[in-house]
Design a protein around this ligand. Sequence first.
Ligand SMILES: *[C@@H]1O[C@H](CO)[C@@H](O)[C@H](O)[C@H]1NC(C)=O
Ligand SMILES: *[C@@H]1O[C@H](CO)[C@@H](O)[C@H](O)[C@H]1NC(C)=O
Ligand SMILES: *[C@@H]1O[C@H](CO)[C@@H](O)[C@H](O)[C@H]1NC(C)=O
Ligand SMILES: *[C@@H]1O[C@H](CO)[C@@H](O)[C@H](O)[C@H]1NC(C)=O
Ligand SMILES: *[C@@H]1O[C@H](CO)[C@@H](O)[C@H](O)[C@H]1NC(C)=O
Length: 183
Amino acid sequence: MAISCSSPLSIFFFCCLTSMFLSGIYATPEVNSTQMATQVCKNTTNFSFCQAAVYSDPRAPVADRYVLSYIAFGLAYKNATNTSDYIDFTLKSMKGGAKPAIIEALQKCQGDYKEAIRALSEALNNLDSETFYGLDKLSLDVENSARSCEAGFHGHSPISEKNQNLIQLSNICYVVSKLFTYA
Ligand SMILES: *[C@@H]1O[C@H](CO)[C@@H](O)[C@H](O)[C@H]1NC(C)=O
Ligand SMILES: *[C@@H]1O[C@H](CO)[C@@H](O)[C@H](O)[C@H]1NC(C)=O
Ligand SMILES: *[C@@H]1O[C@H](CO)[C@@H](O)[C@H](O)[C@H]1NC(C)=O
Ligand SMILES: *[C@@H]1O[C@H](CO)[C@@H](O)[C@H](O)[C@H]1NC(C)=O
Ligand SMILES: *[C@@H]1O[C@H](CO)[C@@H](O)[C@H](O)[C@H]1NC(C)=O
């Protein structure tokens, strides 16, 4: 680099510019407490998880409760489908070569995730027909499915992080659903 790095001033400016640049890239997606997405996240169990998930959708900053429902249930649906495929894939690739207890638990998880995906499809269909009643219960069904899968491993879950993701995503769905029941 051509700049004299020994000068304290140039080091100062270099640091300033670098940190401005980095904060631009890594800034948490704009936190704006007037936005409904942020209001919702404040009511979830994990604010930073919620912000990162919801603001991954470009509609989030101006989303009303209806659009937010699509975002939340859509994220959960995508995640549950992905994890379900992952479980199928894992079971196939094990070909019985794993501990029977793990195989058994993964097989139970297949059922749990089928149920989660069923509940999420129902929720998305209900949104399409603007039926908001019962979205909260469907969110809890999804959370319970992920918890049930996790519990089957008795503390030795190989998919703990994936279950946690669905648990926290379904919690966002739950908080969004409540925006309709209190209205
Ligand atoms: C917060 O978001 C609202 C709605 O999108 C917007 O009108 C307002 O200017 C934003 N405020 C800040 C400080 O970014
Ligand atoms: C957050 O929770 C409070 C207390 O239950 C409730 O009054 C408020 O409507 C909720 N707001 C959002 C955006 O979820
Ligand atoms: C909240 O989410 C973040 C990342 O999204 C994670 O690192 C952290 O462990 C979570 N906190 C809790 C209490 O689950
Ligand atoms: C599932 O959710 C987590 C947390 O938001 C995210 O990091 C991950 O990319 C999601 N996976 C899919 C396939 O959507
Ligand atoms: C899950 O999603 C990730 C990223 O979207 C993708 O690379 C991966 O193949 C998916 N896994 C399954 C099993 O669908």
